[in-house]
Ligand binder design. Structure first.
Ligand code: HEC
Ligand code: HEC
Length: 295
């Protein structure tokens, strides 16, 4: 019988068969291993670029929605809203609160729900509700993006020394749970005596938004709110029929009645009349004008 031309592939020896089979198996395993080895970093790179994109999108969301209260670099505005880009926030904040979850979840949860009920706190502003699930303007993926952006400050924040750390102590730490309200600063002086205007300017967070030393001019405008350094010469010319003192008092009690050109309504807190007595507001207004005149 003539052997077919492909006879040479027949392997007769059982030992050779086992060896060949073994070699084939090893080759397959090696191929699997190889794909696995190159797949791992590939997936990591994929995840990294995905996280990178999320952080980038988050940066834009932060710039558009969060800087008016938390500051351009997230280091907070004194009296207005706390620092997030701080050593304290990344190392100590959750411990002080007794919060058991991760910081990531804490940020995402706070951003989504806000703290709308916390009308009175040490901060001049209220943390708004952002997540669509709570009736806010941001989609869930946008909440995640801005959370990724905030969390991305960690490395930088951990390198801050105590002096550079813009930590503004949270007065509710350890004393109330995070949803609790706290009468701070008090709505009116306990003993009925008016508090000093210079103290109110700090306690009420005015200084976080307004600069009292600098003039407000066309090429030197306050970033968040008008500089008040030349308030004495300007205040009387802002609204027809209002003298300087009336204008300043109205600016504090009804900020949205008149919006200084180039600034947004609703940034200046609307609840000062609940937090200061009429006498204190009048004193504060007069003090602002005197300070400006003395400049
Ligand atoms: C209108 C001012 C305002 C805006 C705008 C704002 N926040 Fe806040 N935020 C606050 C205040 C005030 C607090 C502190 C609330 C409190 O007393 O518990 C706060 C708290 C937080 C906290 C918790 C901080 C902590 O240590 O407990 C996070 C996180 C946060 N904000 C993130 C954001 C992000 C992200 C945005 C933008 C999407 C944003 N905030 C926009 C005012 C604001
Ligand atoms: C969160 C930021 C913020 C805080 C806190 C704040 N303001 Fe304002 N303020 C603004 C903004 C923004 C404007 C300009 C828009 C407007 O007219 O309401 C303004 C306007 C004013 C004006 C009018 C200025 C002008 O040039 O005509 C006065 C006066 C004033 N604020 C006083 C105060 C005092 C006093 C406090 C503290 C009791 C205070 N503000 C707290 C943001 C703030």
């Amino acid at each position: 019988m003539k052997r077919p031309w492909y006879n040479f592939i027949y392997v007769r020896s059982p030992i050779a068969k086992i060896l060949l089979g073994g070699a084939a198996l090893l080759l397959t395993l090696a191929l699997f291993g190889f794909t696995f080895i190159i797949e791992e970093p590939r997936m990591e790179a994929q995840t990294n670029s995905w996280t990178g994109r999320s952080i980038e999108k988050g940066a834009e969301i932060f710039a558009n929605n969060c800087t008016s209260c938390h500051g351009v670099d997230g280091k907070g505005l004194p009296g207005v809203a706390p620092a997030l880009h701080s050593h304290y926030f990344f190392t100590q904040r959750l411990t002080d609160l007794g919060y058991a979850g991760s910081l990531h979840d804490y940020v995402a949860g706070t951003v989504a729900a806000g703290r709308p009920s916390k009308a009175i706190s040490q901060w001049a502003q209220i943390m708004p509700t952002w997540g669509v699930n709570y009736g806010g303007p941001l989609r869930n993926d946008q909440v995640q993006d801005v959370t990724a952006f905030v969390m991305n400050w960690e490395q930088d924040a951990l390198q801050q020394t105590a002096e550079e750390d813009p930590w503004q102590p949270f007065q509710d730490a350890k004393t109330t749970d995070i949803s609790g309200t706290m009468a701070l600063p008090p709505s009116a002086p306990a003993d009925g005596e008016a508090r000093a205007p210079q103290d109110l300017f700090t306690v009420m967070g005015c200084q976080g938004c307004h600069n009292l030393e600098q003039d407000q001019t066309a090429d030197n405008r306050g970033a968040i709110a008008p500089n008040l350094g030349n308030l004495d010469t300007e205040a009387g010319n802002m609204v027809a029929g209002q003298d300087a003192l009336t204008y300043v008092i109205n600016s504090i009690t009804h900020p949205n009645d008149f919006i200084v050109e180039g600034y947004a309504a609703g940034i200046m807190p609307q609840n000062f009349p609940d937090r200061m007595s009429a006498e204190e507001i009048a004193n504060l207004a007069q003090w602002l004008l005197d300070q400006a005149a003395a400049n």
